[in-house]
Design a protein around this ligand. Sequence first.
Ligand SMILES: Cc1cc2nc3c(=O)[nH]c(=O)nc-3n(C[C@H](O)[C@H](O)[C@H](O)COP(=O)(O)O)c2cc1C
Ligand code: SF4
Ligand code: SF4
Length: 622
Amino acid sequence: MRIQSVEELQTLHQNNQPLLALRRAEAYVGQERIIMVCGGTGCHSAQSKELKEALAEKIKEHNLEALVDVKATGCFGFCAEGPIIRVFPDDVFYVKVTPEDAEDIIVEHMKGGKPVERLLFTEPSINEKVPTMHDISFYKKQLRIALRNCGIIDPEEIDEYIAAEGYLALAKVFGMEPEAVTKLMTDSGLRGRGGAGFPTGMKWEATRRAAGDQKYIICNADEGDPGAFMDRSLLEGDPHSIIEAMAIAGYAIGADTGYVYIRAEYPLAIERLEIAIKQARERGLLGENILGSGFNFDVLIKYGAGAFVCGEETALMRSIEGMRGEPFNKTVFPSERGLWGKPTSTNNVETFANVPIIVNKGADWYNSIGTATSKGTKVFALGGKVSNVGLVEVPMGTTLRELVYDIGGGIPNDRALKAVQTGGPSGGCIPTEFLDTPIDYESLQSIGSMMGSGGMIVLDEDDCMVNIAKFYLEFTCEESCGKCTPCRIGTTRLLEMLEKITSGKGTLEDLDKLQELSEVVIDSSLCGLGKTAPNPIVSTIKYFRDEYEAHIVDQTCPAHVCKDLLQIVITDKCIGCTKCSRVCPVDAIEGSVKQLHVIDQETCIKCEACISACPVNAIIMQ
Ligand SMILES: Cc1cc2nc3c(=O)[nH]c(=O)nc-3n(C[C@H](O)[C@H](O)[C@H](O)COP(=O)(O)O)c2cc1C
Ligand code: SF4
Ligand code: SF4
């Protein structure tokens, strides 16, 4: 089982090609089919495992085992339409498939040769059913580099990864000097996808140069941003690519051990990673003398408990060491003194996912994608008020408009777009006037937001920007480790002021204080959590000051979100059915049968029970 040399790996790569043949053979006209069922967490929790089992059962029942196979694969990204399956070689893409659909798929498509029309996606731009992934506008502007194997290979089969050029990049670097490997990364222009965008080659080179016999590689899979699931999907869909990249980094800097720091709330990603590590060890692609190169490298998993601050690399290292996950001052860089005081290089999961393909295709290829300063692609978790919620990967330089409208399918329910929030709790809200800004590290920063790790929340006219700022502050305030005063006390005071404003008790002076204190927290906090926590406040005051003023001066919430500034009222659509008064828990509604009912505002606790109970929608919040 152990692969002894580079030559043996290359031979195995060739021998494994038939494993992926159907998935690459669009011109194939025979009867063989392979059904790839999405096994990402989203589809998994929507019964995709049961769907796969139902398909396998039907294949058996119809005696099709010799012709049809079914496998699980990584996330297709189109999570709003899950569970998703893709059939090769005819490349038919089915959405919202349930285990009950298995019979039709097997009988109509596998036996009858005709795709099941009702399970195809209806493309909104033409209002027609479309058969393949390539016909769907959600995918047209995407470029899947980091996600290249998700939706194609079975993440639990190392042989499929090897067929897809897996571990060939590791074999290739064994023919290079470590310095040449770090230079290759520098030339490619790859920058860290964990948030700060630090050049990967520069970090590797600094760690390579650092003195020390023992060095470490860390893969940061903490992924604490609310709503983000890029790294989880990569680990679930292509775990070997991360292991391979860590080994390449280990070779480049001279480390023999790598840690994956992953939150324990990611059980599926952990399971796939454990399987992949075991398989890589069995094949001799981890462990001693990998491929006869003399290079030793192994990967260990460390579980995080889900604290956002533990994603910060110095806190993460403390956590791995078994200490409290608190950041420390980077007077000496981790490349000099990191984990257990040894030179350490930490990269994000998505950063690592780009490494093997850069080694295989070259720096110039990667460098040719993206903008002048931001190369390659970026994976975003697109969410909020957008039709196509999911995981998307686009070349750097793609505009927000393309992401929201061409890929995201626009805003549902005919609502107007108000802003796009990027960068998670460290980021900012970008108003519509910047929709044509190309997305890259610098341009997002220049308009008051940041790339962050890839969370992207679309906000519409029904979102209150003060409330959004409050939401993120609640998060950072809760997640502050408390080590330094500006963050611990500063975020608390900022949150209190936001609460004052959203409850109608704020003053214009508070608005000035919010800005002043934000600056202090940004300037004086110890780590990135505190340094960026006020960003959602700063950007919303900058672009949506009128909303803050409406809360303070007019005592209204223009988006009708902040309950303390709203009243529940019964309009003259009321037919006097008394249903509302019967559900009101505090007897705030008065009125006789067939008479207009009235709410006593002093007594009402705004529970909204009456709104749901009213059969004629006569009760509104205003
Ligand atoms: C509060 C905080 C949380 C962070 N969380 C993450 C995280 O979950 N994943 C991540 O890769 N980087 C996170 N980072 C950034 C890391 O400190 C570090 O810069 C990154 O892992 C380096 O990898 P890269 O160069 O590949 O981006 C966080 C930073 C801060 C300040
Ligand atoms: S800035 Fe906040 S999270 Fe960072 S060290 Fe200080 S208290 Fe802890
Ligand atoms: S919102 Fe709740 S408390 Fe207020 S009137 Fe309606 S049912 Fe009663």
